[in-house]
Write a protein that binds this ligand. Structure first.
Ligand code: EPZ
Length: 420
């Protein structure tokens, strides 16, 4: 298994270009299932999760063409509405094929994703919504088996805000008969990017980005070309890495528009952040102080502070001046990076979904283990500032969500090497 070796103590400075958003690309790839015409996507990040999703679609009969960050999908030959356990267990976002398959084929057999390191992550809201739209759904032998003649529009209410739940139900609704209203919908920018892509394919959607999304079903969708939005979590991660090292960086190909909560917290911590905008260009520039001030955070659905940035901020707070409180309200087990940070010398006390972080003056390099995608990012940030060498094990987690991370960090002045 690959490991990452980081030599701490180098200020990050210079420029890096951000990639397309993993969590926008994953549902949008599944949107190709909704039409017999080709869907071309640009700015698709080259990540393991994207590769997994393309393999999953290909074994269903979807023709996949990929040239770097351009992907063309043709689902006219879709003949196998099945998502097998062997593939779904490696990526829970595979559940995003359920809604489109039921809408397009009237049937689907999708393995339950199973839990993952950060929590049980059930899909009961996805099933509840599809059932309300007229699908007959059985959960048997670890699979969700769905069948319907044609979905009909319904008024849906999710018990909690669910990002992929909202995305699945929106994709199911675009071909349903009549109007569907999704209440308590997720407002994440990735949901809006999916809605924009669906509308470019002929769907009739209003309210995406708010907590009430209205969809008027249509007979069929046509092909389109869509550019994936920038990855706001990758962007936030590099801003945190520069902030931790007292650095100064400029991130291009991205926008601060979807990161208000993160930018506010970085400014509270003492960073100077500004955006450069022109009709065809946007960049974010961050200049960090010598030492950050501790900032308390509480994760919540968009537009509040994103849970996917929590581990990165725990690493920042580990070295900041003062004490901070971190409240994780989305997932029940998303503090596993805390014990790994403690191996580097961090002073963190966990009490349920609350972490109390006492900033220390210095971290010392050690061998640590990545447990999930964003925890890996938090450990990298800590390794960039710890004294001496830090080795991060199980970095396959990292490769799922960060494109060419060693190259981008090295270009910014870090000393990072992959050990096979
Ligand atoms: C999406 O996961 C993201 N993944 C996650 O990013 C992100 O952390 C999460 O949203 C929250 O923002 C993708 O978009 C592919 P949820 P998702 O459904 O949709 C509970 C990353 O690192 N819930 O919004 O699976 C659930 O257990 C990943 O890129 C139910 O109980 O998250 C959780 O506690 C990690 N029943 C809460 O809701 C359901 O049917 C929010 O989950 C659905 C969700």
């Amino acid at each position: 298994m690959d490991k990452l070796l980081i030599e701490g103590g180098h200020r990050l400075q210079g420029e890096a270009e951000m990639s397309g958003a993993k969590n926008a690309a994953l549902p949008i790839l599944c949107a190709a299932l909704l039409t017999r015409e080709p869907l071309t996507l640009t700015n698709v990040p080259q990540l393991n999760d994207i590769g997994t999703m393309l393999k999953l679609l290909a074994q269903m009969g979807v023709a996949v063409q990929r040239d770097g960050s351009v992907v063309t999908l043709d689902a006219s030959g879709l003949n196998n509405p099945l998502a097998p356990y062997e593939m779904v267990k490696t990526m829970r976002a595979s559940i995003l094929v359920l809604g489109p398959l039921v809408a397009r084929c009237g049937e689907a057999k999708v393995s339950l994703p199973g839990g993952c390191a950060i929590g049980a992550r059930p899909v009961d809201q996805h099933i509840k919504g599809l059932t309300a739209m007229g699908a007959d759904i059985a959960v048997e032998h670890g699979y969700v088996v769905a069948r319907t003649s044609r979905l009909r529009g319904a008024r849906l209410f999710t018990d909690m805000v669910t990002v992929t739940g909202t995305e699945n139900l929106m994709m199911a609704a675009v071909l349903a008969e009549g109007e569907t209203v999704i209440e308590n919908a997720a407002r994440e920018p990735e949901v809006v990017d999916l809605a924009n892509c669906l509308v470019s394919m002929g769907a009739r959607i209003s309210g995406a980005g708010s907590d009430v999304i209205r969809i008027q079903g249509v007979e069929r969708l046509h092909g389109a070309t869509h550019r994936i939005m920038p990855d706001r979590i990758e962007t936030g991660t590099y801003l945190c890495a520069a902030a931790a090292t007292g650095g100064e960086i400029r991130l291009t190909g991205t926008s601060a528009a979807y990161l208000d909560a993160v930018v506010d917290k970085l400014m509270d911590a003492g960073c100077d952040i500004r955006t450069e905008k022109s009709p065809s260009f946007e960049a974010i520039v961050l200049r960090a102080p010598q030492r950050l001030k501790a900032v308390s955070i509480r994760t919540a659905p968009y537009p509040a502070f994103p849970t996917d940035m929590q581990a990165q901020f725990m690493a920042l707070n580990a070295l900041a001046e003062g004490t901070s409180i971190i409240r994780e309200t989305i997932f029940e087990n998303r503090f596993m990076h805390a014990v790994e940070l403690a191996r580097l010398g961090a002073d963190i006390r966990i009490d349920g979904n609350t972490a109390v972080v006492q900033g220390v003056a210095q971290l010392d390099g050690a061998t640590v283990m990545a447990t999930d995608l964003r925890a890996s990012a938090g450990l990298i940030i800590a390794g960039l500032v710890a004294r001496g060498e830090t080795v991060i094990e199980r970095i396959y987690h990292l490769d799922r969500g960060y494109e060419r991370i060693e190259q981008k960090l090295t270009a910014l002045g870090a000393t990072v090497r992959r050990l096979s």
